[in-house]
Design a protein around this ligand. Structure first.
Ligand code: HEC
Length: 189
């Protein structure tokens, strides 16, 4: 009996460690990713890129899968001892929403805030070290249908999602809106 209990415990322990290992292997949505995303959100709040007093720009017509109308901001942020480019896209809807309505009441039309943050070398060398995140307007993270939070190397290695789609951006820098060397420029402080 004692022996049986021991082996049951061993099997349980094995199961647990496999569970932990597979969670660690998921390319995004880990505890570390969530903690890092929180720091990015705080950096955006500090720069008035999000929140009640967020700076406004002229919203322009968007493309799928982002919103019907969009605003894009290029900035940089220091997190820990690393400074990297920070690109913030505000996604507005519904389809027929007009720029004036967004300028008047941005909070009412904001659907999501999608972010690319250039992390330190070695974070994701395959994809130029971008950290991807999709926030809901209240700062919580959006989730995919499997319940995984959209933060980190989102959908790395998959056919669809942030990385797959952005890897097709002109200029090979994962940035669609411009070919200016944003990532390098934003580090020159
Ligand atoms: C099917 C393609 C596609 C997917 C998937 C996608 N994007 Fe984009 N993204 C675009 C396009 C196209 C633009 C440029 C839109 C515009 O005109 O402003 C863009 C722009 C952006 C920008 C502004 C920087 C730039 O590239 O110009 C950010 C930040 C961004 N996306 C984040 C994300 C995040 C985070 C995800 C995943 C949660 C994601 N995107 C998923 C196509 C995609």
């Amino acid at each position: 009996m004692r022996k049986l209990m021991k082996s049951t415990a061993a099997v349980l322990a094995l199961g647990l460690s496999i569970g932990t290992a597979s969670a660690q292997m998921a390319p995004f949505g880990s505890d570390d990713d969530l903690a890092y995303a929180k720091l990015i959100w705080e950096a955006m709040q500090a720069q008035n890129l999000v929140g009640d007093h967020a700076i406004k720009s002229f919203p322009y017509e968007g493309t799928a899968p982002h919103g019907a109308m969009l605003e894009t901001f290029y900035s940089s942020a220091t997190i820990g001892d690393h400074t990297g480019a920070l690109i913030v896209k505000r996604n507005y809807g519904p389809a027929e929403v007009e720029a004036d309505q967004i300028i008047a009441e941005p909070g009412k039309h904001l659907g999501a805030v999608t972010v690319m943050y250039k992390r330190e070398d070695g974070f994701d060398a395959d994809n130029q070290n971008w950290f991807w995140a999709k926030f809901l307007p209240d700062g919580s993270l959006d989730k995919n249908p499997k319940g995984m939070s959209l933060a980190g190397k989102v959908a790395k290695g998959m056919d669809k999602g942030c990385i797959a789609c952005h890897s097709g951006a002109d200029g090979g820098d994962y940035i669609f809106t411009t070919n200016a060397p944003i990532a390098e420029m934003m580090m020159m402080k």
